[in-house]
Design a protein around this ligand. Structure first.
Ligand code: CUA
Length: 155
C-alpha cells in the first residue's frame, strides 16, 4: 500500500472517531437528542370536526391529522358556500391530502402544519385521497368532505 493511501486512511479513521466522540459528548453532556417528527403544538396534535368561527357567518375551522392510514377526523361536514380554514398535520410520515374534483391539495408533513382555505358551493360527497406513498395501506387511506345544507342545523 502506498504511503499516501495509509495517511488518508488513518486521517479518515481519526476524523470518524472525532465525529463519533462529538455525537457522544453532545448526547451525554448537552442533552442533544434525535429531532421529533410529531407536531407537538396544540391544537394541531389531534383532529377536530369543523367548528364555527363565532364572529362571522359561514366561516369554519377544522384540524385534520393524517396518520398511517387514515385521516382524523375521517369525515368533514360543512354547509355549501362555507369558507373552511383547514389545518393539516401528520402524526408519522409524509401524506397527501387531495380532494377529488377540486383544487384542494395539501401535503401533511411531520412537524409542520399546512393550511388551505376551502370553499365548496356544490352539495355532495367529496373523496379525500392520500396522494403521497406512505406505506403498505397507502391505497386505502381516504376520507370524505360532505357538503350539506343540513350541516347548518347541526352546528
Ligand atoms: Cu397516506 Cu399515502
Amino acid at each position: 500500500m502506498d504511503r499516501i493511501e495509509k495517511v488518508v486512511m488513518a486521517t479518515a479513521v481519526v476524523l470518524l472517531l472525532i465525529f463519533f466522540g462529538a455525537i457522544v459528548v453532545a448526547a451525554t453532556n448537552y442533552g442533544v437528542d434525535l429531532p421529533t417528527c410529531v407536531t407537538d403544538r396544540k391544537p394541531f396534535t389531534e383532529g377536530s370536526a369543523p367548528f364555527k368561527l363565532s364572529d362571522q357567518p359561514l366561516r369554519y375551522e377544522a384540524h385534520t391529522v393524517a396518520r398511517m392510514w387514515m385521516f382524523d377526523p375521517p369525515e368533514i361536514t360543512i354547509p355549501p358556500g362555507a369558507e373552511l380554514d383547514l389545518y393539516l398535520s401528520s402524526a408519522d410520515v409524509v401524506h397527501g391530502f387531495y380532494v377529488e374534483g377540486t383544487n384542494i391539495n395539501l401535503m401533511a408533513v411531520p412537524g409542520a402544519v399546512t393550511y388551505q382555505r376551502v370553499k365548496l358551493d356544490r352539495e355532495g360527497t367529496y373523496r379525500i385521497l392520500c396522494h403521497e406513498y406512505c406505506g403498505t395501506a397507502h391505497h386505502l387511506m381516504a376520507g370524505t368532505i360532505v357538503v350539506s345544507s343540513q350541516a347548518v342545523e347541526e352546528q
